[in-house]
Design a binder for this molecule. Sequence first.
Ligand SMILES: Cc1cc2nc3c(=O)[nH]c(=O)nc-3n(C[C@H](O)[C@H](O)[C@H](O)COP(=O)(O)O)c2cc1C
Length: 178
Amino acid sequence: MNLSSHDTSQAKNHESICRMNLDANDFRKAMGSFATGVTVITVDQEGEVHGMTANAFTAVSLDPVLVLVCVDHRARTHAHLHARKRFGVNILRKDQQTISDYYARSAETHQHPEAAGANFDRTAQGTPVLQGALAYLECRLYSAQPAGDHTIFIAEVEEVVVRDGEPLLFFRSRYHDI
Ligand SMILES: Cc1cc2nc3c(=O)[nH]c(=O)nc-3n(C[C@H](O)[C@H](O)[C@H](O)COP(=O)(O)O)c2cc1C
């Protein structure tokens, strides 16, 4: 497309106005319109289970089989993923909302996971697997790409478990089911 110098400066002005108007709440609202499932990322942390609720999760590639999760630099999970280089992705079932809330809170409050309905098994690799989740993916870190205030952790999927049931959904800051 050809823009005259007048059009070009108008386009530039428009762009900068959009940027100036784009505040974090508007961005959150727009992204909140994209309905997602809910996962709990699990990492072994010296024999303990560390969990974090995450919905910035997606498939990346089929060959090799890759997924990604975006993690805030301030989250404890960020350091644990870098250190352990292996994690589990547990896709929550519709009746696991309490577990999502539990692992969205600060780790200091993670004293009684069983009270939230969270019980874990371990894979052969020692990764914690949430009992009763709709699906489980055993992931080995492939690359970590810093992106703004988050890091995109890309991982190779080594194993999956899929169970019958319906997913927990997240849309506009609320939980839903299908
Ligand atoms: C539905 C939902 C989805 C979330 N998705 C993400 C996410 O994709 N990435 C992220 O860094 N934090 C996400 N969070 C926030 C973290 O769960 C929260 O900051 C958590 O306390 C971090 O735990 P940690 O410090 O133990 O790692 C989400 C929270 C909720 C309720």
